[in-house]
Ligand binder design. Structure first.
Ligand code: NAD
Ligand code: LMR
Length: 329
């Protein structure tokens, strides 16, 4: 057995975590030889509820789950952690945009960025899922000046998986037959699921599908899928979000397969003309625990307009929380 890894998970008593925690503890994230220690963060009012979840985790008798530390103190939750899943935040309800959550949620990520900065392992890998995820990630980075900004990523993997699933269905193939899907931009309705580089069984997807279907049906369906689920289920996506969080972290740690990539929202370095002060979803390849944005993709006029629209929305969000960005130049 290896040395246990410490994994902080916030919002531990919430919906997403009712799936995520059990999947991490069972070994699904890091494999059957990697013990885990869970640091579970909640707000004080939810600690009783969290205690019930801790009891359920214990009752699973997972051999890899070495310890569980529930707490409402971020300074305790993030001590020496190797991985952090920042899930805890208010979800949106019917009719809301994700950006409507900025006022309620952004401060959480300032506080947690500071606690990570002080207490986490210097190579900690942080996944921000709480919405609006890209801008919350920007806030966390700004408040963790002693950590490399490349340690921080936000989750667009759910959108990526949705796009793969819909394209596979349209082409009558398995999801594993789809490669090089890309979701660009903000995890919002301006996100741009791009099939122009995607491959279906090795062939360019765009040769197999009608471009008008892409524009009229595929793109808006993926953009509004989260809202559609809230409308039908009455609550935001949870099990599929937990699944995407596992996929995202696994890809980051274990790498992308040869000839494929994944979508991750990461700090822009100016590539594809996207402003440097934003967290933007790009196609990335992962190797040796790091990621690189896929360079030199040809971006057609339709795609470029969509990227710019999402960039503009992220710039607006950035303005709204600029008072929380003061800790990093
Ligand atoms: P939920 O309301 O069921 O759970 C959120 C939990 O976070 C609650 O238990 C709450 O007490 C806790 N919490 C609130 N503030 C906290 C803080 N400061 N520290 C620690 N815990 C805190 O919500 P959920 O359905 O689990 O969703 C969580 C977040 O994830 C929401 O913002 C939602 O919009 C977002 N989300 C993102 C994606 C994505 O693809 N990026 C997908 C699904 C949901
Ligand atoms: C999703 O995409 O399902 C989540 O971001 C939840 C939401 O608010 O749509």
């Amino acid at each position: 057995m290896k040395t246990p890894v410490r994994i902080a998970v916030t919002g531990a008593a919430g919906q997403i975590n009712y799936s995520l925690l059990f999947r991490i503890a069972s070994g699904e994230l890091f494999g059957p030889k990697q013990p885990v220690i869970l640091h579970l963060l909640e707000i004080p009012q939810a600690m009783d509820h969290l205690q019930g979840i801790v009891m359920e985790l214990e009752d699973c008798a997972y051999p890899l789950l070495y310890a569980i530390h529930p707490t409402h103190d971020p300074n305790v939750a993030f001590r020496d952690v190797d991985y952090a899943f920042l899930i805890g935040a208010r979800p949106r309800g019917p009719g809301m945009k994700r950006a409507d959550l900025l006022d309620a949620n952004a401060q959480i990520f300032a506080t947690q960025g500071q606690a990570l900065n002080q207490h986490a392992h210097r190579n900690v890998k942080v996944l921000i899922c709480g919405n609006p995820a890209n801008t919350n990630c920007l806030v966390a980075i700004a408040n963790a000046p002693e950590l490399d900004s490349k340690n921080f990523t936000a989750m667009t993997r759910l959108d990526h998986n949705r796009a793969i699933s819909m394209l596979a269905h349209q082409c009558g193939v398995l999801t594993s037959d789809i490669k090089c899907m890309t979701v660009w931009g903000n995890h919002s309705c301006t996100q741009y699921p791009d099939v122009y580089h995607a491959k279906v069984k090795g062939k360019p997807a765009i040769q197999l599908i009608d471009e008008q279907w892409v524009i009229d049906t595929f793109v808006p369906t993926i953009q509004f899928r989260g809202a559609e689920i809230i409308k039908i289920r009455g609550q935001s996506s949870a099990a599929s979000a937990a699944n995407a969080a596992i996929d995202h972290m696994q890809t980051w740690v274990n790498g992308t397969a040869h000839g494929d990539w994944a979508s991750m929202a990461v700090p822009s370095d100016g590539i594809y003309g996207i402003s440097k002060d934003l967290v933007f979803s790009f196609p990335v390849t992962c190797k040796n625990g790091g990621y690189e944005i896929v360079p030199d993709l040809e971006i057609n006029k339709i795609s470029n307009e969509r990227l710019k629209l999402s960039e503009k929305e992220l710039q607006e969000e950035r303005k709204q929380i600029k008072n929380l960005l003061r800790n990093r130049k």
